[in-house]
Every structure is written in C-alpha cells, then in structure tokens.
Ligand binder design. Structure first.
Ligand SMILES: [Zn+2]
Length: 439
C-alpha cells in the first residue's frame, strides 16, 4: 500500500538515494538493464504508451498547465524473468504530495488485524520482541502490535503520513529503507525478530539495496514477511492497470526467490491472498537458519509457476494482445452506454484507475466525474484525463445509470457501501478482468 520514496527532502539517506537513482535513470533510458541482475532488457511485456504519474492529482490551478507524460513500457528479463518497468522519473519527481492513507479502506484494516493476530501467534512474539515495518504508512498495521504490548517500529519516508502514525502511538522513523538505514538501525540496537513489507517491494527503485537491508536488519532467527501482487494473477486476470510508474517490479515467486537468495535469504513459506486482485505473502529467513523448514505450499506454488512456463520467454509474449482486447471491450461498453443516453460516473481515484483511463483514452466524454472517500483527493482532478474527483455524496445527487468501479480489488466492499444506487436503477460496472455489469 505504501511506497518508499516520498518527500525526499525530509531525510539525509533519501537524498543519497535520489542522487544515485537519478544517475541510474539517466543511463537506463538509453540502455535498459535489469533492475536485479543488470542484463540487457530486450523483450517487451506490454507497452501502455505515454501516461502521467498516476499519483499526481491535478489542482484546479494546474488544469491549464503543461503536464508531463512518461512511457509505460514494461519489459521482462530473459535471465532472471523479473518483469519490470524502467525508472523514467527520478524519485523526487514521483511523489511530491503523498495522498494515500491506508486507514481509508475497511477491508485493508481488517486484513492487517488478521495478519497481526496470526503472525504474533506463529512466531510467539512478546514484549521482548522487535517488529519493524518498512513503508509503515499511517501506522494502521503496527498499531495492532502496540496494542498487544509487542514493541514495534515503523519506517516511513513520507513525513505527513508518519506524523499520523506517531500520533497513534506507533514510533516511526522518517527515512528511506536500504542498507544504510539498516546499518544505522542495527547500530542503535534495533535488530528485528519480524520485518514486514506490504506492497512496498514492487515500488523499490533499487531492489538489491532494499533486500540487502532486510538481510542486515534481520536477527539470525528472524523472519521477514512481504506481500505484493502476484504476476500470475496480473497475467491471468488482465490486471494491466496495476502497472504504473511507481511500480518498478512485477514478481513471480521464482523471480523473488532468486533476488532473496542473492542476499543470503531463503523464502521458506508462501501464502496466496485475495488482496489487490491476488497477492502472495512470502516468508523469508536467513539461508543458513535451518530451524524453519521449507513448506509444502512453497514447493507447490513454485511447481505451478514452472508448469505455467514462467521460466520461458514465450510465456510472456501473449500478454500485450490480451491487454488490447480488454481496452476494446471497455470502450465498446462505454460508447454504447453514452449513445443510448446513459449517465456513467466513476467510483474511486486509485492509481490503477489512472493507468486504465489514460491507456483507454477515457475522459469526461465517457465519465462525468469520479468520487473518492479520501478528502486529499476531493476537489482535485485525475492526472492526464482531468476527470473531476468529488466526495461520494455526489453520486446520490447525480443518480447515474452506471458506476464504474476503478479500485476493482475493493469491489465487494464498494458494492455493499453503495447498494443504494439500486434504488434509482443504478448498476455497477467492473472493468477488469473483463467488463462486467452488476445490477
Ligand atoms: Zn534480470
């Protein structure tokens, strides 16, 4: 849910990172190299054309100004099979204002609570343990450890969200995570029994520095759990809208195992989760810590990925055509709805919505407006498409025929919350994996 680089002026190590990444961005745009193994990247996975940064919401004053667009061209490495987006923008340009607060989603809060109950029990964590979460956002997850009396520390580079965490009683370092930060934390006696990274690994520009940092920070018998969207689901379910400039890596289990192994870490267990359209949670430990054996479900998922052909380049070549078909189907629905005089609005203003709308060319000619519960987004406009964002109540006022759910990963929650649109005959539309109308 959170990213690793926002508000870069706030910490020393962030300045180091952005300088380093600026250099890398400059060279990689001429000669793209794999983020992990540095092999030349020759094969396209999908090319979504030019798109603005998906979290750069536009204010009314900015509507008449120039807006930068960058390529969304995803490639796959033929050596390590990491699917990846080149870094086109240096981190200080990516997040000027961080609008995402994890606490705005009920489903995600419940997911965090369940995880904490499970892991505290599984690892027998107590008052002498240390839990560290990387990209801890507003403390929505760590607050559950604090309530149990388990010491917890957040690492969150966005000062505005970290401040909210501290107010909740969750100690939080405002800093970027990598080897440097890990070494400083260890020097301050903060080695971790448990390191958590939820929806951060994909957004790390220097994956070797980040995973190397985990290896440094983790106690000899410590465990790291990381959650990220699963490439298999992205491919099977046409989830191309989860591709955006802030997401550099799209992981399979076999690619992430290679990356962790290169830093002395072994993945020993994995769970498949329904969050974000299908994620995996990996459990990693030091490679030489054999106290925790490799689970049967890890071997099973690895074998399924191999059976799907994720270690062969031709498996990756059909995705682009699938994406084009999804675009044509969505446009077909919208054109027909508008021709017949139906009113269509959006629900939500997530990053994935911006990839979808920009790639498909959907502007206010198709969607009158969208709504979002997050007050930071209300009153602003979607990047690129300039669709206005209103509070949710705007839907009750407009009484649209169709509500297009942009954060489709939360569709069940949204359909429940917005069930009242049925009172005027309104229907829900989900764009991914295929256009689906839900009366
Ligand atoms: Zn590679």
């Amino acid at each position: 849910m959170t990213q690793t680089q926002k508000d870069p002026a706030k910490s020393l190590s962030s300045i180091d990172t952005s300088v380093a990444m600026g250099d890398k961005a400059a060279t990689s745009s001429q000669n793209p190299k794999c983020l992990f193994c540095a092999s030349p990247l020759a094969q396209t996975f999908v090319d979504l054309g030019m798109s603005p940064l998906c979290e750069s919401y536009i204010s009314r004053e900015q509507l008449n100004q120039m807006e930068p667009f960058y390529p969304l061209h995803v490639r796959v490495c033929d050596q390590c099979f990491l699917v990846q987006l080149q870094q086109y923008v240096s981190p200080e340009h990516i997040f000027t204002e961080y609008a995402y607060f994890s606490s705005f989603s009920d489903t995600w809060l419940a997911h965090a609570r369940d995880y904490v109950d499970m892991i505290a029990e599984r690892l027998k964590l107590g008052s002498s343990s240390m839990v560290v979460e990387l990209a801890s956002n507003d403390g929505y997850l760590l607050q559950n450890f604090v309530k149990k009396g388990i010491p917890a520390l957040g690492v969150e580079p966005a000062a505005n969200v970290a401040k909210v965490a501290v107010e909740k009683g969750v100690p939080t370092l405002v800093v970027f995570f990598g080897r440097n930060t890990a070494e400083k934390m260890v020097a301050n006696g903060k080695k971790a029994d448990l390191i958590i990274g939820n929806n951060v690994l994909a957004q790390v520009p220097d994956i070797n520095d980040f995973v190397g940092g985990i290896s440094i920070l983790l106690k000899p018998h410590g465990v790291a759990t990381l959650e990220f969207p699963h490439l298999v689901k992205l491919m099977e379910q046409n989830q191309f809208d989860t591709i955006y400039h802030e997401h550099f890596s799209y992981f399979s289990l076999i690619s992430v195992e290679k990356i962790f192994a290169a830093h002395g870490l072994a993945v020993f267990d994995v769970e498949e989760l329904s969050t974000h359209g299908g994620s995996i949670r990996i459990y990693a430990r030091h490679a030489n810590d054999t106290s925790m054996p490799v689970s049967a479900r890890l071997v099973d998922l690895r074998n399924r990925e191999l059976a799907l052909g994720l270690d062969r380049m031709n498996t990756y070549s059909s995705f682009a055509e699938q994406v084009k078909a999804t675009k044509r189907n969505l446009l077909e629905f919208l054109i027909q709805a508008r021709r017949s005089g139906s009113k269509v609005v959006g629900y939500g203003a997530p990053g994935k919505g911006n990839t979808l709308l920009n790639y498909c060319g959907i502007r206010t000619d198709f969607l009158d407006f969208t709504v979002d519960r997050n007050p930071y987004k209300q009153g602003k406009f979607l990047p690129g498409t300039h669709i206005p964002i209103f509070p949710v109540e705007k839907i009750d006022e407009a009484r649209p025929d169709y509500v297009l759910i942009l954060p489709w990963n939360f569709k069940d929650e949204i359909i429940k919350q917005m069930a009242r649109i049925r009172s005027w005959g309104g229907k829900f539309v989900v764009p991914i994996p295929n256009v689906q109308i839900i009366p």
